[in-house]
Design a protein around this ligand. Structure first.
Ligand code: ATP
Length: 166
């Protein structure tokens, strides 16, 4: 097999690893969702190149560590399916590494987006407070929408209960 074929095969295996982790690891999905949100916010708020650099590096670090954590979990489960203190040390340390990176990412996210979001909130309130009628309508609409969202699971449960068996 040529070396370029080998290269594509390696990419393929890496892609399979990413896909399998995405399908099986809830925490990885949460981190992917958070990184996507960060990307959307960064785009909407037109953050500077330096901010992009920091956010991309931080998100990549968290995602990469989550993948390494999954790899360590798999290897530990393979070599030590039964309880072993060393298996615990390995799994807990790997999980701790993800936690440290995620906490750092959260801090950076707050530093980058916090002031912008609070400015947006203040602008929003100032704008709407000049038109009290409109503000009341917006708040009522939000309350109705929120009520519907909260009521939906109860409605679904109720319908399931009264639905006749077929
Ligand atoms: N073989 C083992 N020996 C000792 N302790 C273990 C073993 N397997 C798991 N543990 C303990 O249980 C914890 C959870 O392990 P588990 O494999 O369920 O990870 P997990 O909860 O699926 O992690 P994640 O949420 O990151 O996927 C570990 O952090 C470790 O403390």
């Amino acid at each position: 097999m040529t070396s370029s074929n080998n290269l594509w095969r390696s990419f393929g295996f890496a892609g399979q690893g990413l896909w399998a982790t995405l399908l099986t690891q809830r925490n990885f999905r949460i981190h992917v969702a958070a990184a996507t949100l960060v990307g959307v916010l960064g785009f909407l708020m037109r953050i500077s190149g330096m901010m992009w650099l920091i956010l991309i590096l931080t998100s990549a670090l968290v995602l990469a560590l989550e993948l390494v954590n999954s790899a360590i979990e798999a290897v530990v489960d393979l070599v030590s399916p039964d309880y072993h203190p060393l298996a615990k040390v390995a799994k807990d340390a790997a999980a701790g590494a993800v936690l440290v990176a995620a906490a750092g990412a959260l801090g950076i996210g707050i530093l980058v987006f916090g002031p912008r979001l609070s400015r947006l909130g203040t602008d929003f309130m100032l704008r709407w407070s000049q038109d009290a009628g409109l503000l009341v309508i917006v708040l009522l609409a939000a309350a109705v929408l929120w009520g519907l969202v909260l009521a939906l699971p109860f409605w679904v449960a109720h319908r399931r209960r009264i639905k006749p068996l077929r």
